[in-house]
Design a protein. Structure first.
Length: 106
């Protein structure tokens, strides 16, 4: 009986501690260093061979994007541009026409 009570209490304590065990993901961004992705909404992009992931922090209009295995960052990127990019027939063509060379972080 004592063992059973101990097991139940231990299980309860572990469940309460789970939020404390959550590990925020940090990625290395070229030209920016480590970036914590906690405030971002991230989408994996399996239909693109070049663009692997798009993460956007709408509050700061800041995007972190996985391109060919390297993460880059973009500043001043509005939510509607990110949505259009994720919905584009070709994410690579959209990137080249709309994003590449724009939204530079200074």
């Amino acid at each position: 009986m004592v063992r059973r009570v101990f097991q139940v209490r231990l299980a309860g304590a572990l469940l309460l501690a789970l939020p404390l065990l959550a590990i925020a993901e940090t990625v290395m961004v070229k030209y920016a260093g480590p970036v914590d992705l906690d405030p971002f909404v991230c989408e994996w992009t399996p239909r693109s061979s070049f663009i692997t992931r798009v993460c956007h922090d709408a509050r700061r209009s800041y995007a972190v994007v996985g391109l060919g295995g390297t993460y880059y960052h973009y500043c001043g990127m509005p939510t509607h541009v990110v949505r259009a990019w994720l919905a584009a027939a070709s994410m690579g063509r959209f990137y080249n026409a709309t994003i590449r060379g724009r939204f530079a972080c200074s």
